[in-house]
Design a protein around this ligand. Sequence first.
Ligand code: RUB
Length: 316
Amino acid sequence: MDERVRPEVRRIAEEIDTMEIRGAATIADAVARALRTQAQESEATDPEVFRGELRAAARTLYETRPTAVSLPNALRYVLRGMSSTTVERLRQNVVDSADEFCARLERAQADLGQVGANRLRDGDVIMTHCHSTDALACVEAAVEQGKHIEAIVKETRPRNQGHITAKQLHEMGVPVTLIVDSAARRYLNDVDHVLVGADAVAADGSVINKIGTSGLAVNARDRGTPIMVAAQTLKLHPGTMTGHTVDIEMRDTEEILDDETLAEIGNPTVKNPAFDVTPPRYVDAIVTERGQFPPESIVILMRELFGEGTTEPWAD
Ligand code: RUB
């Protein structure tokens, strides 16, 4: 671990790694705040030393989890324009950018919620996978509009993020039916929308989200159930415009079963990918704070927001 990185930043990195802080938008918010802390607590007197510390902090945060593009997008936003010649000005830049980023994130989610709510009608039943604050913002806005929404919630093995979704929907007054993941197809006939979030959206409109999303989308398409992805523009992956692919995180197999059980069943190889890729043809709409888009046209929005190139603030 780089000694220049403040203990609070290391703690946040550790909590992202162990998933106490999880979900793409929440991770982005946490890393922006972490950079703010690094800037505030820095004792550097030389601007180059200060910049080096911020890069080291950004690298520590960047190396926690590879798939949610909101993480590098947050780092890029907060560390853009680090060209001032005094430490005090640089510090203020980082603090202001981090505050602006967190406020924009909150506003984007609220705006996206309004856009998504327009797709939901009174009496609709949704099916969810994992736990997405962007997806739940759509339900919350629909409920606030006075619509009655019901939810079928997939538990989302192995980490059971569906439990968080069930709890938050219950708190909104939405009746919830919890099902095991493998029961999803059985209940798709009772559902008006599949509603999921995204960790990243690629330039071709592919959606990278919790493992199991792609199978759910294929089944939903087979049953004629629309698939709606709630993803604020922070989830758009600029690198995919120039041909980069999205790295799919492989997590510890202990999340699936312990060593004792593993030995009992003959030590098979166990794989635990955290995310998968849903091709654009299985997605009906990507709902962002800038409106809703067919997946194939998301690249137009990406070009407008990012241009063709990006810089990497964690690189020395
Ligand atoms: C979370 C997950 C969520 C997206 C979107 O995975 O796949 O659907 O991150 O969430 P994990 P949000 O639990 O492994 O982090 O809409 O809150 O950004």
